[in-house]
Design a protein around this ligand. Structure first.
Ligand code: GLU
Length: 556
């Protein structure tokens, strides 16, 4: 008669350490009362999803604001779905948004901290210590069922309308005696390891979620697989072991995991580990034709964080937007504390939205416009330069060729009481200001000036010629505009729009039309940033050259 200990030794002859040894190796963290240890635990299966940026941001902020620890753990036990190199990319993208771990996986060649390894595929022996213990106490067992056995079980359960799964009376291998199981192993039969659940799906268990409060969930009774045939554990089991030995205090993860919570609770109890706190975060949803659905990798470009990076949304705008999704009081706080960094805001679980957070890209754009408008031109220039270096090489060359020039351009209507809110993202800048660069201006001219079709070319030409002959760039915008007004009577234009509106028949146009002619001459467009500032930045010679070009084109 063999014992469970014999079975455990037969399965794991090389595992000599015990749980007590691991507890010594990974002692409790020496943190102050209330400090939270949180983690981001991505699987390296592709790109960083916007939902993952959201969950990692929240985990990160909770750790930071409590003087705790935020770490990254790579959950790479599903080797079939792994995409080479994506783990390190995820870490880099998080860092781009300022989310840098205190500890954990950085890349396949680098990790920080003494609670590692932080890559699950390198922790096989640690999991095996705990599985060995579970076998010894009769809470885990080898299962020899083949894929065909499991398919037949599923068919039988479906046909008889029985709750599907490997549990209770349907868990064939849990009924094997130790001797029978050992004989099969010795005979070389392949097997995996299952957890032995003691639950019953007719029971409810009470659980507490930091966000959702007290919940009643159906008790687990499934004998889930904990060790696969490739020697690696499943997510459920790996997270139990890792969060225990890495001393996670709060498991902040997507709501999609809530339904697995009863399994996790039973696993923690079986292993004799104290249960950490759980906070299931809302999933980011999108509204489409009046219906809500999850932000989808396939349908929505904004589901990938790389989209925001490539488009050049300032990271702080994306982060602040995600904070507005996270806590209902964030926006109010922001309005009242415009000059403070967002890190001063204290996140709380009880202000977290309970249903799916609705994603709104327009709102990111608005936040970005507000935040960018409040920055100094030199700060925007530095951000723009760093972005263009990777995502718009042509613009980057222009930026570095004359940084004072682009800074002056960016300073148009900035650093004043009501700054202009032109840009939501760095990629918005160049299309709006490229006319400042002569090679681009030439292309715009080739594409055509946006002259007002209601005015004769002759008249526009005469006005521009007159303006050129009398050109004198005034020192300030008011005197410049007054100068512009003095041209009006010569051409039968009203000096202000009010006069014009009162008596349209008496005039050919008004001072605004003249400003528009000039604007089109300088930029080819009817809309542009502040015209006076544009002319100042272009400088007298270039203003005259552009007037000449416009006049020549009107003659053609
Ligand atoms: N690897 C899991 C995922 O990518 C992590 C879930 C968790 O945070 O525990 O969804």
């Amino acid at each position: 008669m063999y014992t469970l200990v014999d079975l455990a030794n037969l399965i794991f002859p090389d595992i000599k350490l015990t749980i007590a040894d691991l507890e010594k190796k990974y002692p409790a963290r020496n943190l102050k009362e209330g400090a939270m240890v949180t983690r981001f635990a991505p699987s390296p299966t592709g790109f960083l999803h916007t939902g993952s940026l959201f969950t990692s941001l929240i985990s990160y902020r909770f750790a930071k604001q409590s003087d705790g620890v935020f770490y990254i753990r790579l959950e790479d036990t599903d080797t079939k779905r792994e995409i080479e190199g994506s783990g390190a990319d995820l870490v880099k993208q998080l860092a781009y948004f300022g989310i840098k771990p205190d500890e954990g996986y950085i890349s396949d060649a680098e990790e920080i901290g003494s609670y590692g390894p932080y890559k699950q595929s390198q922790r096989a022996d640690i999991y095996k210590v705990v599985i060995k213990y579970l076998i010894e106490i009769g809470r885990a067992y080898p299962c020899f069922c083949t894929a065909d056995d499991l398919a037949a079980l599923r068919q039988y359960q479906e046909a008889n309308k029985i709750i599907p799964g490997y549990y209770g009376e349907y868990a064939k291998c849990r009924k094997l005696t130790v001797d029978e199981a050992m004989a099969k192993i010795k005979a070389g039969e392949p097997y995996i390891i299952r957890f032995k659940s003691l639950g019953d799906h007719n029971n409810k268990i009470k659980v507490h979620d930091e966000i959702k409060g007290d919940l009643e969930l159906t008790e687990n009774d499934q004998d889930i697989v904990i060790l696969k045939s490739d020697g690696l554990p499943t997510y459920h089991f790996a997270h139990l072991v890792d969060d225990h030995f890495m001393h996670t205090t709060h498991i902040t993860r997507g709501e999609e995991w809530l339904s697995s919570l009863p399994i996790h609770i039973e696993l923690f109890k079986a292993a004799g580990f104290p249960l950490p706190k759980y906070a299931h975060l809302p999933v980011i949803m999108k509204e489409e034709n009046g219906n809500r659905r999850k932000l989808s990798k396939r349908k929505d470009p904004e589901a990938a964080v790389s989209y925001f990076i490539a488009e050049g949304y300032p990271t702080y705008a994306v982060i602040e937007y995600l904070l507005t999704l996270a806590n209902s009081n964030y926006e109010m706080w922001r309005e009242q504390n415009l000059d403070k960094p967002f890190t001063d805001f204290k996140l709380s679980f009880n202000k977290m939205s309970l249903d799916g957070a609705l994603f709104d890209i327009e709102k990111i754009a608005n936040i970005a416009k507000e935040r960018l408008a409040l920055k100094k031109a030199s700060e925007v220039e530095a951000e723009l330069k760093a972005w263009a270096k990777i995502y718009d090489k042509n613009f980057y060359e222009k930026i570095i060729a004359d940084e004072a020039y682009i800074t002056a351009i960016l300073n148009i209507d900035r650093e004043k009481a009501k700054p202009r809110k032109d840009y939501a993202k760095y990629s918005d800048v160049y299309p709006l200001i490229k006319f400042f660069y002569n090679d681009q201006f030439a292309k715009l001219v080739e594409a055509g000036y946006e002259w007002n079709p209601e005015k004769s070319k002759e008249e526009i030409k005469d006005i521009l010629s007159y303006y050129k002959a009398n050109y004198n760039l005034a020192a300030d915008e008011n005197s410049w505009f007054n100068d512009l007004k003095t041209i009006c009577p010569n051409f039968g234009y009203a000096e202000n729009t009010k006069d014009y509106k009162k008596n349209k028949e008496a005039y050919k146009g008004h001072v605004g039309d003249i400003a528009e002619f000039l604007r089109v001459a300088m930029t080819t467009k009817k809309n542009s940033p502040n015209l006076f500032a544009i002319m100042q930045i272009l400088g007298k010679d270039e203003v005259i050259r552009r007037l000449d070009l416009a006049i020549a084109s009107l003659e053609a």
